[in-house]
Ligand binder design. Sequence first.
Ligand code: AHR
Length: 497
Amino acid sequence: NKAKMIIDKAFRISEIDNRIYGSFIEHLGRAVYGGIYEPDHPAADGKGFREDVKDLIRALNVPIIRYPGGNFVSGYNWEDGVGPVKDRPRRLELAWRTTETNEVGLNEFAGWAKGAGAEVMMAVNLGTRGIEAARDLVEYSNHPGGSYWSDLRIKHGYSEPHRFKTWCLGNEMDGPWQIGHKTAEEYGRLALETAKAMRLVDPAIELVACGSSNSTMPTFPQWEATTLEHTYEAVDYISLHQYYGNRDQDTANYLALSLDMDHFIRTVASTCDYIQAKKRSKKRIHLSFDEWNVWFHSNEADRRIEPWTIAPPQLEDVYNFEDALLVGSMLISLLRHADRVKMACLAQLVNVIAPIMTENGGRSWKQTIYYPYLHASVYGRGVSLQPVVDSPKYDSKDFTDVPYLDSAVVYGEEAETLTIFAVNRHLSEALTLDCDVRSFEGYAVAEHLVLAHDDLKAVNTASEEQVKPHARGDASLDAGMLTARLPKASWNVIRLE
Ligand code: AHR
């Protein structure tokens, strides 16, 4: 089993926007309460946020974190989460049917995100609310002072504006499950008028319009076309969301799902360009893939959760080794589309379909999917290159011609580094990779990281990390030709310096 690649400095796809390594914290389950925030925990800082969790996040170098939802935002009154904590209301949270205490709100979150080294991607409620609440929220958050809402922020102890730059105009408004679900016409009009008012308060903000909740929605891609017909000149990005699962226990088909992600991205980009052409516009809309991950393990357990509890263990998927491989391939897909995808959020970050898990009052640990995310975020910065790939292929239930070798290549121009991310999708055989890197004269192999495991279903727990990378990959370089053995079912990071 052999695959060949040619990599050349000149084959540039695009500069990578670091924000493709973003993530997401929603007021959902134990993401906030018991996840990032737990004042009684021994590792809590002076504000009640867990330092052990923050350390795991800092290592990931997460550039941007979406907040506060998700479905949650469509029923949220942001005013409930500001001002003295003792005065904040307890609310029935309708999206996930829990009780929201509002102990954490936007000011606390902004301070926490700064400490974690991340920007905040804010979302406004276009479900139960609209222009007025969104306008007030921008004024409260971003205006320096001298107006009702900005002075209220100052009174709440935050003299400096947060200057949140990126804002989502609602969440999954195409989904019938969404509170305040809308037709594309209704949403397009509301998003446009909300965008106008928000930008009048702060012209420096960037706006993301809601695209489809996933590519199987019956309204996809007409939803994008109609939404953009209304909002094209008023927004900067359109969102994509997609979750996958190995429901049929068909791993060969499961690992091919990143081809579906590629197709989704291409279709949304084409829809944006179609509207651009119709409008004779010079402007290009970029893509914000602001929810993506594997999500299916917890579906059954979630049906048994008692309504109206505070921070119940919702959406606590325990990820296995094969999930890490698909997450690796999804990162590869984002990198290969770096010319259009400028932001993306692994959904989510802590406890809720997350790379990081915690015990209430106890330990925190890394799930299997932590590792591909870590490697891509740390080593995948620079220019995405288009490799020429010749790989053997297979057919699966839903896909034909699936290359066993899935790969993306990143050139760090300044630091003079070259990183190859590669998944071997073959479940029983290693793949020998021969790669022409002659345009990288003087480079040497610095490291070949491998994530592999004999058991595709192996998981990590608080007490045992079964799935973790090692640096004993055998990549070697001779006269501009790189050779590496990619073990069966493996994620590989080959770094040249
Ligand atoms: O990330 C979990 C949920 O998935 C989000 O709240 C929603 O936007 C999506 O359906």
